[in-house]
Design a protein around this ligand. Structure first.
Ligand SMILES: Cc1cc2nc3c(=O)[nH]c(=O)nc-3n(C[C@H](O)[C@H](O)[C@H](O)COP(=O)(O)OP(=O)(O)OC[C@H]3O[C@@H](n4cnc5c(N)ncnc54)[C@H](O)[C@@H]3O)c2cc1C
Length: 413
């Protein structure tokens, strides 16, 4: 097979890994981004690679969980009132996905992607200096009471059904693993083969640099209008155009309008999330990322400091950030990790690209064999970027991706 001219739209983790995987197959690839590499959600996430993750966001009982959360003063879940009418169709689909039969199917299809997430990372970056940013050590969730641990029973049932490995820890087990945590946790759930990306922004940009060093091209370009021809696709911005034999739409939360131009109406919305950076002196306090399940936040020890991530906010792509919730979590972080330096170094908001069933959109556009989709990686884009990039490369090369791609089709809803 001879290489094709391919444009990848979006230089987040999904676009960067896709460009690398396509380049490895001998294609001539141009990676475009309207701002530059890593301008979106891939910059500021918690960096956890949750190998074998299989819990979709829509779980049985989510409706009542959301009602309970919304009634709290600084809720980790928020819908801005002005955005509610636009979010409503997505929410109704999301509720439909919380039926048990749908949850089992979504968990199975999520696990089919995540079960080889760590292997995907190794396939793309082994032998490069980027491996230094990928740390073993696992991923730990901690619970403050028997009641909150019981709340994870259904998620554990799914993990058992799918053979996703984990250990349950008692209070001594939690202390053993993370001695600096306050002794307030009754249970821990430890995913041993989870990895930590110790600087997601540096990793994503590093992948783009690797792609460039191997002869790839990066261009600042906004894909505004797509024109499908008989033997090419032309991508237009305000004043310029680019032509390619094939394109990959990997523009994260901004992919919906591009897919619509190719004839696919995809219910993609954004679950906005936040981070707050605490000084680097704190990073040594934890050996791995730890999630407080009761307060819905993650403390992730990053190279540049301790990163506190939290929140799901429905407010669309353009509303100004509201940092009040993430700032309100400082006392809870202090309670969890006594001795922490709580000086705020920076705050950030990013747009998770999410579909109601927690699955990405992968594969060829419904009506066009020149356009491939890879977007909608929701809470798991750092986990899934390399794995889905390898699937896209297989499809374009005409190889069998060794996975049934029907659950990820654009027209599944
Ligand atoms: C607070 C938070 C914590 C998270 N923690 C984790 C975690 O621990 N583990 C995990 O696996 N995932 C995590 N995630 C999810 C993860 O960050 C996302 O799923 C992932 O970054 C999505 O990557 P992406 O490449 O699809 O999108 P993005 O990183 O958003 O990239 C999209 C790119 O497309 C560009 N673009 C948009 N429109 C156009 C256009 N028209 N033309 C050209 N370019 C365009 C943008 O400029 C942007 O650079 C977290 C997310 C958040 C918000």
């Amino acid at each position: 097979m001879s290489g094709q001219n391919i444009v990848v739209i979006g230089a987040g983790i999904v676009g960067a890994t896709t460009a690398l995987a396509l380049q490895q197959d001998g294609h001539q690839v141009i990676l475009i981004d309207r701002e530059g590499p890593c301008a979106g959600a891939s910059f500021g996430n918690a960096g956890v690679v949750i190998n074998a993750s299989c819990g979709p966001t829509a779980m049985p009982g989510i409706f009542f969980d959301v009602l309970r959360m919304i009634s709290r003063p600084l809720s980790p879940f928020k819908i801005r009132l002005s955005y509610f009418p636009r979010a409503l169709p997505w929410m109704l689909r999301f509720l439909n996905e919380s039926r048990r039969s749908r949850v089992h199917a979504n968990a199975k299809n999520l696990h089919a992607l995540t079960s080889t997430a760590a292997a995907g990372w190794r396939a793309l970056i082994s032998g490069t200096e980027l491996v230094d940013l990928l740390r073993p050590g696992g991923w730990l969730k901690v619970y403050e009471s028997d009641a909150s641990f019981s709340g994870s029973a259904f998620a554990r049932l799914l993990m058992d059904e799918l053979g996703a490995p984990y250990d349950i820890l008692d209070p001594a087990g939690v202390q053993n693993l993370e001695p600096r945590l306050a002794p307030i946790f009754t249970h821990g759930l430890f995913v041993r083969d989870g990895l930590l990306i110790s600087d997601p922004g540096k990793m994503t940009r590093g992948m783009v640099d690797l792609f460039l060093s191997r002869g790839g091209r990066l261009q600042k370009f906004t894909a505004e209008r797509l024109e499908i021809g008989a033997d090419n696709v032309v991508i237009h911005d305000q004043s310029d155009s680019l032509s390619a034999e094939k394109i990959v739409i990997a523009a994260g939360a901004w992919s919906r309008d591009l897919a619509a131009q190719v004839g696919d109406q995809v219910p993609l919305d954004t679950e906005r999330g936040y981070h707050l950076m605490l000084p680097a002196s704190n990073s040594a306090l934890l050996a791995r990322p730890v999630m407080s399940v009761d307060r819905s936040f993650v403390l992730s020890p990053q190279d540049e400091g301790l990163r506190l991530t939290s929140q799901v906010e429905f407010a669309g792509l353009d509303a100004a950030p509201d940092y009040s919730h993430v700032r309100s979590l400082i006392p809870a972080a202090q309670r969890m990790l006594p001795g922490i330096d709580t000086t705020e170094e920076s705050v950030w908001m990013g747009c998770r690209p999410s579909l109601p069933d927690s699955l990405p959109v992968l594969g060829y556009a419904t009506q066009c064999d020149r356009v491939v989709y890879s977007f909608g990686h929701q809470h798991l884009g750092m986990t899934l970027g390399p794995r889905t990039a390898l699937i896209t490369a297989d499809l374009i090369a005409g190889r069998d991706p060794q996975i049934d791609l029907r659950p990820y089709r654009a027209d599944r809803f």
